[in-house]
Design a binder for this molecule. Structure first.
Ligand SMILES: [Zn+2]
Length: 371
């Protein structure tokens, strides 16, 4: 048993946890106001290093108990912790209700689907379900989605503090929590790395619309959020501008996140987006233009979508000019620069501008040469 005194630290980060581990510590003594980063907390739990607050009688195993951490407001979202206090107190008993047991089974089934479809690699991807106003069931960190069992799952409050379950929660939970805070209809979030959709995410492009009806109805316009380091509060907040009007967002240089009214439906949107991106890429290899659904036919699909209660930025008529139903003006491209209605700046990338200038110059020079 070796304890390391870090009561002088206001923040306990991953590197502090790692050096305590290298020094052979079995427990770390911290002050009550110490803030613990999620990755540090996960690391301590994985290595079975106990966290002990300087207040007497507050010892806790990082893997099994989070009470000490919660009491000390050990949250990477320090700025939000004040708000958390005014919310309904989380109810850990919700984790053991028949509804929770059914949700846990559904999460495990969806995890297997994600793995079988090669949407998650290694321990990648995460799934969550908001079971109460301040209670979210989620997948653990460092477990393959194929191997998930209901016992692996845990429950957190809306600030990411673990309130039930023995395995440490995913370090990506903050991404899900930002969506639950922003969209009251969102009951479940699925984050994964499907290869064809992620190919779009690493090029900063989005697929065109009005090609396949299912995609229009269940996903529609796809937004792309800017890259930030995964697991950070900054990363989690990148999706806020998009999630009210998009149930599916590409995460630049990373993957995708989808939300829905059930775990199963959130996973469906990932499937619909991935298959769409894949099909477009296959069609592009045929070397002939893709035929498109007309704007009028597209309006019919949008009407169906509205009836189903699914979100779409194209319902926002005040932004209809910038959020055209389709991108029919770019007929042969399967990878479009995001438009302002996708939440981007709307400014073409430097390379696109250069290509545009070159094509205009070539056309003008060609026309002059012909005269
Ligand atoms: Zn990821």
């Amino acid at each position: 048993m070796k304890s390391i005194d870090l009561t002088g630290h206001k923040l306990l980060a991953m590197r502090d946890a790692q050096s305590a581990h290298s020094a052979g510590a079995t427990s770390i003594l911290v002050c009550e106001k110490c803030v613990l980063t999620p990755s540090a907390r996960d690391f301590l739990a994985q290595n079975n290093i106990a966290l002990v607050t300087s207040a007497p009688g507050k010892a806790a195993s990082a893997s099994a108990q989070v009470d000490a951490a919660r009491a000390a407001q050990l949250s990477a979202h320090g700025a939000n912790s004040g708000a958390a206090l005014s919310k309904t107190a989380p109810n850990p008993r919700l984790f053991f209700t028949p509804e929770a047991e059914a949700i846990k089974k559904e999460i495990c089934a969806v995890g297997r689907k994600l793995w079988m479809r090669q949407f998650v690699d290694g321990n990648g991807g995460n799934i969550s379900y908001r079971i109460g106003p301040n209670e979210v069931i989620c997948t653990p960190t460092l477990v393959s989605k194929f191997d998930l069992t209901p016992e692996d799952l845990s429950m957190v409050d809306l600030e990411g503090n673990q309130i039930a379950g023995t395995k440490p929660r995913t370090s990506e939970i903050f991404l899900h929590l930002e969506i639950y805070k922003a969209v009251s209809e969102a009951k479940s979030c699925v984050h994964c790395h499907p290869p064809h959709a992620t190919a779009y995410a690493i090029t900063g492009r989005v697929p065109p619309n009005l090609v396949i009806p299912e995609f229009e109805v269940f996903v529609g316009k796809v937004a792309i959020s800017p890259y930030k380091t995964p697991g950070t509060a900054e990363f989690a907040q990148t999706v806020i501008p998009y999630v009210k009007q998009h149930n599916t967002v590409l995460l630049a240089n990373h993957g995708i996140i989808c939300w829905g009214d059930t775990v199963t439906h959130a996973e469906w949107y990932a499937e619909v987006l991935e298959t769409y991106c894949w099909t477009l890429m296959l069609a592009a290899q045929l070397g002939v233009p893709i035929s498109r659904i007309t704007e009028e036919q597209g309006s019919d699909l949008l009407a169906i979508k509205k009836k189903l209660g699914l979100p779409d930025i194209r319902f926002d008529t005040s932004r209809m000019k910038e959020c055209q139903l389709s991108d029919l003006e770019v007929p042969n491209s399967i990878a479009l620069t995001p438009t302002p209605c996708d939440g981007s700046t709307g400014r073409p990338a430097e390379a696109d501008l250069e290509a545009l200038i070159k094509s205009v110059t070539d056309a003008v020079m060609g026309a002059i040469g012909e005269k």
